[in-house]
Ligand binder design. Sequence first.
Ligand SMILES: [Zn+2]
Length: 288
Amino acid sequence: MGFLDGLKKFGLGALDLEEEELFEEPKKKVEPKKQEPPKPVSTIDESTLVYDRKYTCPICEAPFVAKTLKSGKVRMSRQDVDLRPVYKEIDPIKYDIVSCPECGYSVLAKHFGNLTKFQTDAVRGKISENYKRKEYKDPIYSYEEARIRYELAIATAMVKKSKFSEKAYLCLKMAWLIRGETEHLDPESPEYEEKKKSNQEEEKEFLKKALDGFELARMKEAQIEGMDEATLDYLMAALGLEIGNYDLSVKLLGNIIGSRTANSRIKDKARDLKDVVLQKAKEEKEKS
Ligand SMILES: [Zn+2]
């Protein structure tokens, strides 16, 4: 599979980041590899919606900037079933990763810093030592660039043994990023159908990984990315719908509907989603 292929561009291609190990600790050594850097793609006016936010890397201490969405400039136009926010002017998912161009340390902005000594050493030894310096010169991040930032963030999370929920959330956002890219593909392009298909497959893989991670997190972790129990159950039910795990969806939605603490708004949403899931499950059963 092409999982984390982009890391090859950073010399991290041989890092032991196999799919089945996403929620375990990596063990093997790394070897650098070479590939062409990604080509930037430009969009209209997007650069006016972001600014350079300054950071100091907790791993290599270099000062650097990361493009960050200006607040209050854009309004969400809709939300996908799995809670992905969609905006007309910009895809904010592209800008969620802070990545040090000097050493490769990459995380969601809200998880920046706060590293233990073990984590710092692990990132230095397994990411930074093999990372090839990268310059982000364009005024906006292309989808290709954003993908690499997410891949580096997933690698960083694995190496520093982040919580299941942090890794699951990264996989979810990666799936959202790929979906955004698919929506922005040019239908006139000769590679359109092929790229769309491979993107959809990749997206599904990341949705599966996200659901796996959230299931583990739900059992073992108290705080899950600031989500309350009903929201997490709703999100997982939506992921179940998207990847075809209808039984899990129905069970989780039942939890919400029968919950004593969930509010009526999310209960209504859960009832609506349950109808959709049951309908979809019925259709698939009739097909097979
Ligand atoms: Zn650094």
